[in-house]
Design a protein around this ligand. Sequence first.
Ligand code: APR
Length: 236
Amino acid sequence: MNTLQNRLDEAGRIVFLTGAGISTESGIPDFRSANGLYSDPANLNIFDISAFLADPRPFYRFAARFLKVMENALPTRAHRAIARLQGSHDVTVVTQNIDDLHQRAGSRTVWSVHGTLAFSRCVKCGHRLATSELHPIIRRGEVPYHACGGFYKPEVTFFGESLPQTDWLNSQKAIEEADLLCVVGSSLVVYPAAALPGYRRRGCTLVIVNREPTPLDPEADLVIRGDAGEIFKNIK
Ligand code: APR
């Protein structure tokens, strides 16, 4: 994709805004593709905060399956290409994803606007711990309880919750200062994250790499319809 390579080489400050589509090559399903998580109606409320607080059992039955997929997932060709670009460019990653594939690929500046699975907090007393300490319980599909009687919730942004302020503000700032914003693997339908491209300045190049059309395509300078791994595999 020499056009993409040319655009990247011309840019100084690059921001990648990534969604679940950048990780599907690793085996982690996205949400809204035909075979995505939400194609199973049972998953539609999985990340709904009121449903979770009312009954965390469905979430943790899902989490047992998701944890197994996550543990076997490796950074994709696109994650690795984005990390490689740090050698020659000022690169910031803004991700909606809760997997840690960007960090594991070597990206150093990653803002996670939908939080992260790395830590969990008791919903009753706020006790915080590394989610890995709960893995034995989560693998069994059971709800992890704290000694105080409350249960744990991963620090992922559920629908109905506000986004992590630090990550949001840093994402907004990076996009405001970017010369090129490249969206990779997102349907751009979930707000407020889908509003982030709106913070780009006049003159910032917008590139969208996605398998399916997005609402932002008409505003893009370059739309590359296809598989992120294939498109990024030779990018350097
Ligand atoms: N290459 C390119 N695009 C891909 C690939 C791939 N290999 N696989 C999937 N896609 C595209 C799909 O066509 C889809 O348009 O990635 C997009 C993924 O969209 P969603 O499933 O909606 O995921 P995302 O945009 O990240 O969702 C945003 O919604 O459920 C919430 O909090 C959750 O962060 C998530 C948010």
